[in-house]
Design a protein around this ligand. Structure first.
Ligand code: MN
Length: 257
């Protein structure tokens, strides 16, 4: 049987399920907040153009406005200074947007310590159990943070010392960028880096190393708990914004039942 025919049959029969990894996009969607003197991006907003009225009697439509990096979204290499000569979001090849997903679950560790950082040793332990990280695939990092996404304060978890959200150590980010065969990392938090990553060496190492290596980021994912450690297929669809450094994206996973 042709592969796509077989996949469609398995989807119809429920042998393959579609898991939506995307957070709903609304004016309540949490947005990164940088401290002064840095500029901040705008959150999502929706303005009515017409709604079955004199402005358009038979149709309803809206204008939307938002930053590239709002909600579940994709980071292209040109987002960071280390990747500024790399691909913008319109130049990302579709073959990088569909691939195997490796899922590492550190939700228990992050519940105990919101500043938890993923280390190389964690990925080595994962590989001993599940095999090598997939070539051309995505590492999806489960922290349990999606449970907080309904509330900006809980999601950003900031106090006087900064934002306390889990991330990846500088050494591990460098290893993922330079030693692993993945094309990108997906997280549940507002960005791929830890909340305190401004103080790391280098600052924001996940952005600096991965985007500098031509790899990608994917943030504010939901429902990673529904994915197996291996065997899922990630499909991520950022808009091909010409010159764009990122884009809100729909992220789906196919999993076998
Ligand atoms: Mn981003």
């Amino acid at each position: 049987m042709p592969a796509i025919t077989g996949l469609l049959r398995d989807l119809a029969a429920g042998n393959v399920a579609i898991i939506d990894l995307t957070m709903p996009l609304s004016e309540r969607t949490p947005v990164l907040q940088l401290p002064p003197p840095f500029a901040n991006t705008r959150g999502f907003s929706l303005r009515e153009v017409s709604r079955f009225d004199e402005r358009g009697p038979a149709w309803s439509w809206n204008d939307i406005a938002m930053g590239e990096h709002v909600g579940t979204h994709f980071d292209a290499p040109t987002h960071w200074i280390t990747g500024k000569d790399g691909r913008d979001v319109s130049q990302v090849p579709p073959t990088d947007l569909i691939g195997p997903a490796a899922v590492i679950d550190k939700s228990a560790e992050c519940a105990a310590n919101p500043d938890f950082l993923l280390e190389i040793e964690d990925l080595e332990a994962w590989q001993r159990e599940h095999g090598p990280l997939p070539s051309g695939g995505w590492l999806l990092y489960r922290t349990g943070w999606d449970a907080r996404a309904h509330d900006q304060a809980a999601f950003l978890n900031a106090d006087a010392s900064g934002s306390h959200t889990p991330g990846i150590s500088a050494a591990c980010a460098r290893w993922l960028a330079e030693q692993s065969p993945i094309v990108g990392i997906g997280v549940e938090t507002v960005g791929t880096d830890a909340g305190l990553a401004h103080s790391f060496d280098p600052p924001f190492p996940c952005h600096a190393f991965l985007l500098g290596a031509g790899k990608y980021g994917l943030t504010q994912l939901a429902n990673l708990a529904a994915l197996p450690p291996t065997g899922a297929m990630l499909i991520v669809a950022p808009l091909p914004i010409v010159g764009g450094t990122g884009s809100p994206a729909r992220a789906l996973a196919l999993v076998e039942r």
